[in-house]
Design a protein around this ligand. Structure first.
Ligand code: EPZ
Length: 420
């Protein structure tokens, strides 16, 4: 296994282009199971997770290839209805093949994804919505087994104790597009990635309204055809790059940014005093100002994204003042706290809160990545720290950030790989 080594203290300078959104492309690739016709998906980032989804599609009988940012899923029947544990357990998002398999084959056997370090990750809302459409669902030996002679449109409320669910909304929407009649999903997730999936389904011939709002309406159709689609930019990668400029006192131009997807983050950074200028799809981020600490509470979109919580903590760790960070989506999503404290941060965990006392600067240290966004927060901390930081288990980082080393090196960062 490799580790990433960072010699901190360099102000990042130059231009960088954001890749396609991981959390849009994964359900969109799953949606190709809804048709036997060819689908072309462009602007796809080359990630571990997109590679995992390709393997799952192939295990279900699809001819799926990835080349130069484009996934081509050739014509061919979806032949198997079973998504194996060994594939689903490597990537939770693969659970979103349940809806399309059930819609297309009227049966599906999908391994329960299990938990991960950021939380238990239940699927009760997925199953609630699928049952509402008339499917029989049973759990056997760690698999969800779903069957339906016919899926019928229905009303379903998908709000859970932590609010809406992104992948549950995706799963139910993909099951409903071939159901008979109208489906209303109330308390639907509003994330841009859900809206992008809906856009792809509409290009396939689905009838969907309200995507991106809490109420999505789907009129079932009999057949869906192939489609070509270009994935939206990854707002979480964009947010991570913004913080990379701020934490290093840099001056970077981030291209392919959809600022309308970054409202909550930009609002908080402006409150902290950050210098951000948005111009025609690009964002100039100058880290030349002293920032002040701000409080963060993560919420479903359009609230502050939980996927930016760890990265924001790295910035607040070196910003004068006290920042209270409250995690309302995954109350245990604090694996990065102990690692940041190893670098000299003053962070105290109090249940779903982290109290961050900003200090002058962190010092480099050997640290360990535990999950995708925690690894991003350690990269940010290393970029801003004095001295050398080595981050082990960086396969976590490779799940969600395309060519991140190359992007950072092109911005002047001193980053390299070493064998563990
Ligand atoms: C998606 O996961 C993202 N992953 C996650 O990004 C992201 O953190 C999350 O949404 C929240 O924004 C993908 O899109 C592939 P949820 P998802 O269902 O859909 C609870 C990353 O770093 N819940 O919206 O699995 C759940 O426990 C990843 O890129 C239920 O209670 O998350 C959580 O507390 C990490 N029952 C909350 O809802 C359910 O049936 C939101 O989870 C489903 C979820």
């Amino acid at each position: 296994m490799d580790k990433l080594v960072i010699e901190g203290g360099v102000g990042l300078k130059g231009e960088v282009t954001v890749s396609g959104a991981k959390n849009a492309v994964l359900p969109i690739m799953a949606a190709s199971l809804l048709t036997d016709e060819p689908c072309l998906i462009k602007g796809v980032p080359n990630l571990r997770d997109t590679g995992s989804m390709l393997k799952i599609l192939r295990s279900l009988g699809k001819l799926a290839e990835f080349d130069k940012g484009t996934v081509s899923i050739c014509a061919g029947r979806t032949r198997s209805h079973v998504a194996e544990y060994k594939l689903v357990s490597t990537m939770r998002a693969s659970f979103c093949v349940l809806g399309p398999l059930l819609a297309k084959l009227k049966k599906a056997k999908v391994s329960l994804p299990g938990g991960c370090v950021i939380g238990v990750r239940p699927v009760d809302l997925h199953l609630k919505g699928i049952r509402a459409l008339g499917a029989d669902i049973s759990i056997d030996s760690g698999y969800v087994i779903a069957r339906a002679n016919k899926l019928k449109g229905a009303y379903t409320y998908l709000g859970g104790v932590y609010g809406s669910s992104v992948l549950a909304t995706d799963n139910v929407m993909m099951a409903a597009v071939l159901a008979e009649g109208r489906t209303i999903i109330e308390s639907a997730a509003c994330e841009p990635e859900v809206a992008d999936l809906a856009e792809f389904l509409i290009k396939m011939g689905a009838k969907i309204k309200g995507q991106g709002t809490p109420v999505i309406e789907i009129e079932g159709v009999k057949h869906l055809h192939g489609a070509t689609h270009c994935i939206i930019a990854d707002r979480i990668e964009a947010g991570t790059l913004i913080l990379a400029s701020l934490v290093t006192g840099g001056d970077i131009l981030i291209k392919n940014v959809q600022c309308q997807h970054l409202g909550a983050l930009v609002d908080k950074l402006k409150e902290a005093g950050a210098n951000l200028e948005y111009r025609q799809g690009s964002l100039r981020v100058k880290g030349n100002r002293k920032l002040k600490s701000v409080n963060i509470t993560t919420l479903p979109y359009p609230g502050f994204p939980t996927d930016m919580q760890a990265q924001m903590m790295s910035l607040m760790a070196v910003t004068p003042g006290i920042s209270v960070i409250t995690e309302k989506i995954y109350p245990d999503r604090f694996m990065h706290v102990a690692e940041l404290n190893r670098m000299g941060a003053h962070i105290q965990r109090e249940g779903p809160h982290a109290i961050v006392e900003g200090i002058k600067g962190l010092s480099g240290a050997p640290v360990m990545a535990s999950d995708l966004r925690a690894s991003a927060s350690l990269v940010l901390a290393g970029l801003g720290a004095r001295g050398k930081t080595s981050i082990s288990r960086i396969y976590h980082l490779e799940r969600g950030y395309e060519n991140i080393e190359k992007k950072l090196i092109n911005l002047g960062a001193k980053v390299w790989r070493e064998k563990e």
